[in-house]
Design a protein around this ligand. Structure first.
Ligand SMILES: Cc1cc2nc3c(=O)[nH]c(=O)nc-3n(C[C@H](O)[C@H](O)[C@H](O)COP(=O)(O)OP(=O)(O)OC[C@H]3O[C@@H](n4cnc5c(N)ncnc54)[C@H](O)[C@@H]3O)c2cc1C
Length: 272
């Protein structure tokens, strides 16, 4: 069942288990960690990346796999699509029906956009997404021993100072409100008998701020926000990945071409 290389590795682990039991490995210094990463981690190998030639992130250094995708020839040619024939007209087109897309659609609705003016187009079924697979939990500084400022420092440090500060600030400031919103909607986060939410450590956190729903946190969140989207009556086009973005004469995105995976037809969506 295991490939040959993995069997060798397993034998090594088993042969040294006795010796390692009860030994607490020495904590590595930041320099030692960097050396190991430079030597073994694919993200740290310069030959694993290249400069992106096109798009909004042109010039950014990205893994070859990402560059190959973004620089690939389009799946359709301009002459295959009649942009004058619009299949869906909407104010707000959201591409992707995972946690981020569904939350964006719901907040647009809470902020006054009518459900009939919101369209989510997603590749598979609504909620077939990485969000569904997140197990560990979701972090928010909502306990008295913690604060968004401490959360901010943990994220900036954990991100080796490469994060965009304004995005991190938004994330840590919004997080407690999002947990309370989830709870109001019915996400069943783990709680003590007193009703207080249980929070545990996550990687790189100086405070216990990870909120979990057993080991299926993402699935539980997705279950609830998808229900909310259905109850409100948001429009969702499933099995309809966006394959091209449509831009106006100023370069602003104003729609997308979708590919219906069931009928194999293309659809044009015009958005504001
Ligand atoms: C196994 C696993 C465990 C994880 N555990 C955790 C955890 O414990 N805690 C944590 O904070 N994070 C965790 N993560 C990361 C977290 O799940 C993701 O960062 C987060 O869910 C991303 O949400 P999203 O909505 O941006 O993307 P997704 O949930 O991936 O949603 C994107 C959606 O867009 C759709 N889509 C893609 N391309 C197109 C297209 N061209 N047109 C239309 N639709 C498209 C996809 O099908 C999908 O439905 C984990 C991830 C994985 C995979």
């Amino acid at each position: 069942m295991y490939p040959k290389e993995l069997k060798k590795s397993l034998q090594k682990v088993e042969a040294t288990r006795e010796k390692r039991l009860g030994v607490l490995p020495k904590r590595m210094s930041a320099k030692e960690r960097d050396e190991v990463l430079q030597q073994y981690h694919p993200d740290y190998k310069p030959e694993a990346k290249r400069k992106l030639k096109v798009g909004a992130s042109k010039g950014a250094i990205v893994p070859h796999e990402v560059a190959d995708l973004l620089e690939a020839y389009p799946a359709i040619r301009a002459k295959d699509i009649d942009l004058g024939k619009v299949d869906y007209e909407t104010d707000l087109l959201i591409i992707g029906g995972g946690g981020a897309g569904t939350t964006a659609a719901l907040y647009a609705y809470y902020n006054g956009v009518k459900p009939e003016n919101i369209l989510i187009a997603t590749k598979l079924r609504h909620g077939d997404a990485n969000t569904m697979m997140a197990q560990g939990g979701i972090q928010a500084a909502d306990k008295p021993h913690d604060s968004p400022a401490i959360h901010y420092l943990d994220v900036i440090g954990g991100g080796h100072y490469a994060n965009k500060p304004e995005l991190v600030a938004k994330l840590v400031m919004d997080a407690p409100g999002i947990i309370h919103w989830h709870e109001r909607l019915g996400v069943m986060y783990d709680k003590k008998a007193t009703g207080e939410m249980i929070t545990i450590h996550g990687g790189g956190t100086s405070r216990k701020r990870m909120h979990s729903a057993k080991d299926y946190t993402g699935m539980e969140i997705m279950r609830v926000i998808r229900d909310e989207a259905r109850n409100i009556g948001l429009n969702v086009l499933e099995f309809s990945p966006a394959i091209e973005l449509i831009t106006d004469s100023t370069g602003r995105v104003c729609g997308a071409v979708l590919f219906n995976m069931e009928t194999e037809q293309y659809y044009v969506v015009r958005a504001k």
